[in-house]
Design a protein around this ligand. Sequence first.
Ligand SMILES: [Zn+2]
Length: 164
Amino acid sequence: MKHLQDEELVGLVFDELAREERDSCNEHLRACPACTAAFRALARAVSLLEKEPTEAPPPFAWARLKARIDKSGTEHDWTNPAWTPLILGHVAGMILVLLFITLTGGWLATTTLWQSLRTWRLAAELGPRGLTAVLFFGAGALMALALAPIFWWESRRPRNGTVQ
Ligand SMILES: [Zn+2]
């Protein structure tokens, strides 16, 4: 048994064969599963190619794809933070800062530096811990101001793995 040639399959799919040739090919297809499979695969590929430019993707397939894109993009999105570790982290950070101020202020009070600082009226009123707190938060505010342009620039940069 002689299998169908590629040209014959293409001719069948595009319906461009002469009548006798088409009849003999169809007769072979009825008897040959291998050529029938090749014919169906080719016909399907051709119909997909012909459909592609005019037909929108099926709505559910599009919705699923979009959901996957959204999921891959928002896992580490700042607009949807993990609140519990964020709040716990902030509370722990504030406790550490207060502990640091208390200990540093207590240490400052024992130094000769404090003996000269306390002659400054504002420092005397704040006390060693108050002065440490003011210096600490003042330095923090200055640092935040200095870093603000970097954060701004970083927030505008497109993140990897997201589809724009
Ligand atoms: Zn065949």
